[in-house]
Ligand binder design. Sequence first.
Ligand code: EPS
Length: 375
Amino acid sequence: MFRYFTAGESHGKSLVGIIEGFPSNVPIDVEIINHDLKRRQSGYGRGGRMKIESDRIEILSGIRDSKTLGSPIAFTIPNKDYENWEKYMDPLKVLDCGKRVTKPRPGHADLTGALKYGFDDIRNTLERSSARETAVRVAIGSMVKQLVSNFNIKAMSHVLSVGDIIPEKVNDINSIKNADNSPVRCVNEKKEMEIIKAIDKAKEDGDSLGGVFEIYITGLPPGLGSYVHWDKKLDGKLAQALMSIQGIKAVEIGEGIEASTLPGSKFHDEIFYSPEKGYYRETNMAGGIEGGMSNGENIIVRCHMKPIPTLYRPLRSVDIETKEGFVADIERSDTCAVPAASIVGEMVAITVVGQELLRKYGGDSLGEILERWKK
Ligand code: EPS
């Protein structure tokens, strides 16, 4: 089992990641990681910052000759914008406090973070609460994806809706593979146009939009996670990890929302058996998880993201220094980050699956895990 840490401020020198416990002999293609980092940065609706950054990973340890060593993998993703921010963000001496922030933005971590950690400059909170941190989680997920590809386990994501557009389910899950070809990562052409229009309109109005994205994980064996104790449940782990992505307010597994309204006879997936397929279900209302365990069907998770709280049409708040009310300053911001968040979701979900795969089939090297997998 591996664990991981992320560090770094949004306008600091660099983002940092460490993965400890990753098995040895896993081939890692750094260009695949860079490609996934780029996928996160693309997407219609991002703001000016994404024009500055072109994220690339720099591996510092744990990989030699493009194969993991079993030792901690350490890496950085430098922030290009740092050169514009050094005087405000220098770890040893801030030369210019001109960017001191005393006006908390509603919907952000700003006010509560400053109260919690005792700051009179909200920058100390907002730099770390920023979704920029997700670049590190994408890099980690990309390495996990390369690990689980040896077991033919795959993760995909796509955007179902933005704003009040009514989502339509996809019938053919193979079509999700084309999500990268859409600027909003939506594979339904009609919805894609609606989403682009909605983002344009929100931008024009100085507003922001949330939305829903869906993650599929395929190729899973039954039995990842467990029913025996609350903190071993796979659905619980996925929900925790996905909910921790900045802006995510709800996580639905399978038809979790409909489950509360349907009678049992219409919800539960019946079980069949054939010598070729083994046990299988013809429906997947459970989203591939029963009793906190993968049941061998595809895992399906939907995440609901709130609209970005930094608006060009500002909301009312209170200055932490003067305690006076004000209308928030206009700041550079994204209009909609749902397409980017779908990549983060895909990577975070596969990271959980990778951890659970190693928990069940674990070993020190890829070869050892593959041997246990085959048995
Ligand atoms: C973010 C605000 C914007 C986003 C940023 C997240 O950054 P800035 O304040 O520099 O304009 O672009 O997202 C990223 C930098 C990223 O890499 O995703 C925020 O406040 O959370």
